[in-house]
Write a protein that binds this ligand. Structure first.
Ligand code: NAP
Length: 322
């Protein structure tokens, strides 16, 4: 790629939102360039969160479900088929005030951007939240995980704990029953946030037990995880439980650091989009989980990716007419 090449459409992110935006803008002959992220980075998994799931049972068109990674590989191939160019890179800096906008890949301190874009579609998604405990970070990859699909296999016949009470936590717990001897869900309240269908499945599963009203105060183990110290939120009493694996599933945070000070965000840090997918900067559109903390589904992300591509196309047409 030549230095400061100008593209009509650059898409940041390659989950359902980014790839759907790429499919639509490629079919509109806009030759989109997708920066899909880097596999080594925890914050921008190419393919997005579906790469870390197993069965997706609610994406329309798949009567018998589809594996998350399979769906994403297929969306990527579909985007490429229509001429989207996909780079396994991440943007290190953006300048949304210049025209065309500047995008840096690699060294963010270089004076000139790597490429320029007339429109930018932001689909950088959201990532897993952590408890924020020192030993949690130290033992990540040594018994502590955020991805059952990736790591469940390592805990065959082991004692597993899942932290959280939402759909993610129960999905992880149910998946982990395929491997573990037991799965204990530790939740800070005594009511789950998860949907009724997931609750029913979890309550029916003999391997799953619940530890209610409990917060994690420490993650135990030297080289490898050995257990957790919990606190009962009602009595303040602390106790330890033995665990070989802990899966943290307490929600997500939007990946918006790149746009700090340039794009409007809400109080939770999600990008604000209005009139479809428009942000506060003309020519910049946001779609998928980076701007949605309400629905957060693959199908809604894909739908908003389609909207972003149409909004970008209309914006480019309006530029051409002026
Ligand atoms: P979520 O719905 O926000 O749930 C997060 C859970 O973690 C809550 O139970 C919360 O407790 C708990 N939590 C948050 N911070 C915590 C902390 N510091 N310590 C202990 N516990 C903490 O997130 P999610 O489960 O990732 O789901 C996100 C969205 O994706 C939801 O809309 C969900 O329906 C959807 N989703 C759907 C599926 C599916 O349909 N198969 C699968 C996964 C996710 P409180 O309840 O007390 O706040």
């Amino acid at each position: 790629m030549e230095s400061a090449e100008i593209r009509d459409v650059v898409v940041l992110g390659s989950g359902p939102a980014g790839l759907t935006a790429a499919i639509y803008s490629a079919r509109a002959d806009l030759r989109p360039l997708v920066l899909e992220g880097e596999p080594s980075s925890s914050s921008d998994q190419p393919g997005g969160q579906l790469m870390l799931t197993t069965d997706v049972e609610n994406f329309p068109g798949f009567a018998h479900g589809v594996l998350g990674p399979e769906l994403m590989v297929s969306m990527r191939a579909q985007a490429e088929r229509f001429g989207a160019e996909i780079l396994t890179e991440r943007a290190s800096r953006v300048d949304l005030a210049s025209t065309p906008m500047g995008i840096w890949i690699g060294d963010r301190d270089l004076p000139e951007p790597t490429l320029r874009a007339r429109t930018l579609i932001i689909a950088t998604g959201a990532r897993s939240l952590m408890l924020g405990l020192e030993n949690e970070a130290r033992l990540l990859g040594h018994g502590v995980s955020t991805c059952a699909t990736c790591d469940g296999f390592f805990f065959r016949d082991k004692r597993i704990v899942v932290i959280g009470g939402g759909d993610s936590a129960l999905e992880e717990a149910l998946f982990l029953t395929k491997f573990g001897d037991s799965v204990t869900v530790v939740h800070r309240r005594k009511e789950l946030r998860a949907s009724k269908i997931m609750q029913d499945r979890a309550f029916r599963n003999e391997k799953i037990t619940f530890r209610w009203d409990s917060t994690v105060v420490d993650v135990l183990g030297d080289e490898r995880l050995t257990g957790l110290r919990l606190r009962d939120v009602n009595t303040g009493e602390e106790s330890e439980i033995v665990a070989d694996g802990v899966f943290v599933a307490i929600g997500h945070a939007p990946s918006t650091e790149l746009f700090a000070g340039q794009l409007e965000t809400d109080e939770a840090g999600y990008l604000v989009s209005r009139e479809g997918t428009k942000t506060n900067v003309p020519g910049v559109f946001a779609c998928g989980d980076v701007q949605d903390h309400v629905y957060r589904q693959a199908v809604t992300a894909a739908g908003s990716g389609c909207m972003a591509a149409i909004d970008a196309e209309r914006y480019l047409s309006s530029l051409a007419q002026t």
